[in-house]
Ligand binder design. Structure first.
Ligand code: TRP
Length: 441
């Protein structure tokens, strides 16, 4: 049987986990959905879910992985002592991984295309610059080409393994991303005319704008942005080996992820308001707005930005593939090379559907692309359902003494707070919101 990988250091693990969490979700998705759902009130609900749903489940996934040292499907069997219904979380997670990576790769491909557009420079009126994005998105050959290149990169890094692939890359790419983002935010707040409006838009809640779909999306996004609900953190926790303070590691990852999303939001909305653009533009937001600024600043800023966006997407994309790959390595005895090629290849083929904007089907009463459908279903239903099962497992099924051996002490206030929230608040919140989203209540 192939041997399992291991992280080289605790710091390497934390950066890889943060690398998984910080990705397109923070820089591409968070700003655009905040725009679509009206700003402040949405941000507040999202932050609430990060606290009562995200953080408790992050700790739970890491415990399940660290304790079992297994892939998400094997982990539940290992901890439960038998095959059981809990494994459903693992299977659902693997399915989510396929679907998410297949559309994730399409956006990452767009980011890569924009690296090259940046070299050439952006020019023309804001409207002309905005129109460039539609040209890319609706061009089938280009979309498939970039999707292929991105999947190729993800596959090569995952073949390199845990320490020499994932960890090595995360250690370089994560810090670089933070520095660049700080620069952009600094520009947005202090030098652009849109800074003040952006801060008010994001942090002054107007609850009359809060629809029930916004609440469902805030929940879904809390899972998506933290890489939760499909076992990515179970998998990363399983490569730890060493003893480590898991609650603290979880807190670090959640904190970094949230700060980066907020910074990206501020930086992007400052520009949106400076140039009187539409905050509710949708998924194209960063590809349409930022280039208007970049047209003036030149390639020195735009090339690094899209390069780092691509890197952030890479460190997340590899975690999506790694979940499925780890299952075949652990349970089927496949080599890393074989698992990665076969699973990565399958995801590549599934990804042809979301890559082709022209293929549309009826969904929820309107014609939609596979890109939109894959995103909606996986983020808003599959991840929360997977997360719910994980919360119930760790909250109600796992033995207390096992949990306490993972750096928790039953006398700590934060242990008791975590356990209470995980057992009662998290499941109830997730159930109500999913049922409401399905229009059952
Ligand atoms: N969290 C990543 C982002 O924000 C995406 C991601 C990576 C992910 N792994 C995941 C989402 C696992 C859900 C589950 O871009």
């Amino acid at each position: 049987m192939a041997t399992r990988g291991k992280w080289g250091s605790r710091m390497g693990f934390v950066l890889a986990a943060a690398g998984s969490a910080v990705g397109l979700g923070n820089i591409w998705k968070f700003p655009y959905i905040t725009g679509v759902y009206g700003g402040g009130a949405f941000v507040l609900v999202y932050l609430g879910f990060i606290l009562v749903v995200g953080l408790p489940i992050m700790i739970s996934e890491l415990i399940v992985g660290h304790r079992s040292e297994k892939n998400p499907i094997g982990a539940f069997q290992n901890l439960d002592g038998k095959k059981s219904i809990w494994q459903a979380a693992g299977w659902l997670g693997a399915a989510s991984g396929f679907i998410i990576l297949s559309f994730y790769s399409v956006v990452a491909g767009q980011a890569m295309a924009y690296i090259f557009k940046s070299f050439a420079g952006f020019s023309g009126s804001p409207d002309q610059i905005v129109a460039k994005f539609a040209e890319l998105k609706t061009n089938p050959l280009l979309s498939i080409m970039w999707h292929t290149i991105f999947m190729g990169l993800v596959i090569s890094i995952v073949i390199g393994g845990v320490k020499n692939g994932i960890e090595k890359w995360s250690k370089i790419l994560m810090p670089a991303l933070v520095v660049l983002l700080l620069g952009l935010t600094f520009y947005g707040v202090f030098f652009s005319d849109g800074g003040k409006t952006a801060l008010a838009f994001m942090f002054k809640p107007d609850f009359s704008k809060l629809s029930s779909e916004a609440i469902l999306s805030a929940l879904g996004h809390a899972f998506f942005t933290l890489s939760l609900g499909m076992g990515a953190m179970i998998t990363y926790g399983s490569y730890l080996g060493k003893k480590i303070n898991l609650p603290r590691a979880a807190l670090t990852v959640v904190f970094m992820d949230t700060i980066i999303a907020l910074l990206a939001g501020i930086a992007i909305f400052a520009l949106v308001f400076e140039y009187n653009m539409e905050p509710a533009a949708g998924p194209g937001l960063i590809f349409e707005t930022l280039p208007v600024l970049f047209a003036q600043t030149g390639p020195f800023i735009s090339v690094p930005f899209f390069l780092l966006l691509t890197f952030a997407a890479l460190t997340s994309g590899i975690s999506l593939l790694e979940v499925v790959v780890s299952y075949f390595i652990d349970e089927k005895g496949w080599s890393r090379l074989k698992s990665t090629l076969i699973m990565g290849g399958t995801i590549f083929f599934i990804g042809l559907l979301p890559a082709l904007d022209k293929i549309q089907v009826m969904f929820k009463g309107k014609r939609q692309s596979f890109f939109d459908i894959f995103d909606f279903v996986s983020t808003n239903y599959m991840l929360p359902t997977g997360g719910l099962i994980i919360a119930l497992f760790v909250g109600w099924k796992m033995k207390k003494n096992i949990i306490e051996s993972e750096n928790f002490n039953s006398k700590d206030w934060y242990y008791n707070a975590w356990r209470f929230i995980l057992r009662f608040i998290t499941p109830i919140a997730v159930i109500i919101i999913i049922l409401h989203g399905l229009e059952l209540i």
